[in-house]
Design a protein around this ligand. Structure first.
Ligand SMILES: O=P(O)(O)OC[C@H]1O[C@H](OP(=O)(O)OP(=O)(O)O)[C@H](O)[C@@H]1O
Ligand SMILES: O=c1cc[nH]c(=O)[nH]1
Ligand SMILES: [Mg+2]
Length: 215
């Protein structure tokens, strides 16, 4: 697992602002900070792709540059995943995109099930699949989303990118999807009884787009 916070960098500022109760209510800044983490983690994941030397014609000669031909599919989970997905698209600008709706359906007793009702996905065969979602709490949404995506072909590699992961979510994903590479902004130890990450940052979907009416 790659943990961005293990090496202090400007990314810590973005993660701090996402978490900070006095800053996170600024919805545009919250989405932009998720986008920025998407950009940074896209760059980190890009180091794992295969590169071959290519000759580039400049006005004054030929420059040799190592470039990647690897086909990338950027997937995300609606709705909180959209800003990180956009950040990743800023770097993988030729990538195809896949969208999955995995959401928590809450019951009156406080429990919830995760439902996948919508998926839009290109053929994944032989491609690099990078799936972004800011929160990996129990890991149920991510593992269900990946299961649904894998019905569209076997990718060459799977990368899971998240801003804040709970230890429980990391362990769940490593157990059910050991082939997936995990890239996180930070790891927190605890989950509440309602499976929110502690200290975490709250509800990433609501902070990005506003509170939704519980169905
Ligand atoms: O690891 P888990 O326990 O499954 O929780 C993580 C999920 O919860 C959030 O989405 P949410 O269900 O709140 O939907 P939203 O994007 O519409 O807010 C988050 O974006 C993940 O998809
Ligand atoms: O802490 C959490 C857990 C799940 N989803 C969120 O948005 N936040
Ligand atoms: Mg939410």
């Amino acid at each position: 697992m790659f943990n961005l916070s293990q090496t202090p960098s400007i990314a810590n500022q973005f993660i701090a602002e996402l978490r900070d109760i006095n800053v996170q209510a600024d919805r545009m800044r919250f989405r932009r900070n998720l986008e920025r983490l998407g950009e940074i983690l896209a760059y980190e994941v890009s180091k794992t792709l295969a590169y071959t030397p290519k000759s580039i014609a400049t006005p004054l000669g030929e420059a040799e540059v190592a470039l990647s031909d690897q086909k990338v599919v950027l997937a995300t989970i609606l709705r909180a995943g959209l800003p990180m997905h956009q950040g990743m698209l800023h770097y993988f600008d030729h990538a195809e995109s896949a969208f999955v709706s995995a959401y928590r359906k809450h019951h009156k007793d406080g429990s919830f099930d995760v439902h996948v009702e919508y998926i839009s996905c290109p053929d994944l065969t032989g491609k690099t699949l990078i799936i972004a979602d800011p929160m990996l709490a129990t890991g149920a949404s991510m593992s269900l989303a990946i299961e649904s995506l894998l019905e569209h072909g076997q990718p060459a590699a799977i990368h899971v990118v998240t801003a804040v992961a709970a230890t429980a979510g990391v362990e769940h994903l490593q157990r059910v999807m050991p082939e997936a590479h995990l890239w996180v902004g930070a790891v927190d130890e605890e989950l509440t009884a309602k499976s929110y990450i502690v200290p975490g940052l709250g509800d990433a979907g609501d902070l990005s787009y506003g509170e939704k009416v519980q169905e």
